[in-house]
Design a protein around this ligand. Structure first.
Ligand SMILES: C[S@@+](CC[C@H](N)C(=O)[O-])C[C@H]1O[C@@H](n2cnc3c(N)ncnc32)[C@H](O)[C@@H]1O
Length: 307
């Protein structure tokens, strides 16, 4: 209230005093109401956000390993850390050794029939898998003998709610574990690693980034290589001229239709040069096919691909 008003209040006529009292009451009333309304709307909005958060479709990864620390470092950083904080994914790490019952927590033994190497004993694995899995859990064992993991398997797995990943070590697991408890065996490529921990990180990473909200809204996982059936087009960022190397003019033009066409054609060019096998399965428009015909007439693939 301005000091002038207070200083001269006693000089006001009774009518003016009455009027100013009314204004003051209304001011307090409306002020209070608007404050209440803002508070109320804020509360309702917060509750809606919280409710929405709890309704987000989430994927739960459980990982059985002998080396949980190897995995935790990777999952506690960057995008996967944020995805867990935002409750889009959950990752549970379980040490297989915790499911042993003997004094020395032994998880492996020599193979029947002799020969080198050790085999993961069935008992700790049975105990671990049976205690961690839920009814709808899909149990995956990593093995160089499994189906080779790719983008469409990642897509398929991103639709599941619960995945239990079993990381092998030594020569692998006792065959009875594989036969009884494993739904699927996955390999990450035709080479042999020392354990299933790297494959588990690969799978969790590839599957998580397909879950809506895990990548920033501006990044479309749908545009990545393999997701479209093609390899992605090249990318450039500032400066437009780096050591005399120029960014293609079209990308600086601001003409979105031309940029889209350039990206599509570069994507086709790259796929034809590096992975022509992918073109046989890709969904191609008439314009794509016409562009490929022109490309093939110009020159053979520059970089040889083996597949
Ligand atoms: C040394 S490997 C065992 C290989 C096994 N003796 C064989 O020849 O099939 C130990 C563990 O590493 C993991 N592993 C190795 N290479 C892998 C690959 N390419 N993909 C997925 N997992 C792999 C598996 O969990 C496997 O049980």
């Amino acid at each position: 209230m301005p000091p002038y008003f207070l200083q001269h209040y006693s000089e006001f006529s009774s009518e003016a005093k009455q009027l100013s009292k009314q204004w003051l009451t209304q001011l307090i009333l409306y002020g209070g109401m608007s404050h209440f309304c803002r508070w109320f709307v804020g509360r309702v909005t917060m509750r809606t956000i919280q409710e929405r958060k709890t309704k987000i479709i989430m994927i739960h990864f459980d990982i059985l390993t002998l080396f949980p620390d190897m995995l935790s470092a990777y999952f506690e950083d960057s995008i996967l850390k944020r995805a867990q904080e935002n409750q889009l994914i959950q990752i549970g790490l379980h040490n297989i050794r915790d499911y042993t019952t003997d004094k020395h927590h032994i998880v492996d033994d020599t193979p029947f029939g002799g020969g080198g190497g050790m085999v993961m004993k069935p008992d700790p694995l049975f105990r671990a898998i049976e205690s961690v899995r839920a009814d709808n859990t899909h149990v995956i064992f990593f093995s160089p003998q499994g189906r080779v993991f790719n983008q469409s398997i990642a897509q398929e797995l991103s639709q599941r709610g619960n995945l239990l990943l079993v990381c092998g070590r030594y020569e692998g697991v006792d065959e009875r574990v594989r036969e009884t408890l494993i739904d699927e065996e996955l390999s990450i490529g035709d080479y042999v690693l020392t354990g299933g921990e790297l494959p588990a990180m690969v799978l969790v990473d590839a599957v998580s980034r397909l879950i809506p909200g895990v990548l920033g809204a501006e990044h479309g996982a749908a545009q990545d290589s393999h997701a479209t059936g093609l390899l992605e087009h090249p990318h450039y960022t500032r400066p437009a001229n780096f050591r005399g190397m120029e960014v293609p003019d079209v990308l600086l033009s601001g003409h979105h239709a031309n940029i889209d066409q350039w990206r599509r054609q570069e994507s086709l060019r790259r796929t034809w040069q590096r992975r022509p096998d992918m073109l046989e399965r890709a969904a191609l428009s008439k314009a794509d096919k016409k562009f490929l015909v022109q490309l093939k007439q110009q020159a053979p693939p520059a970089e040889d691909a083996d597949g």
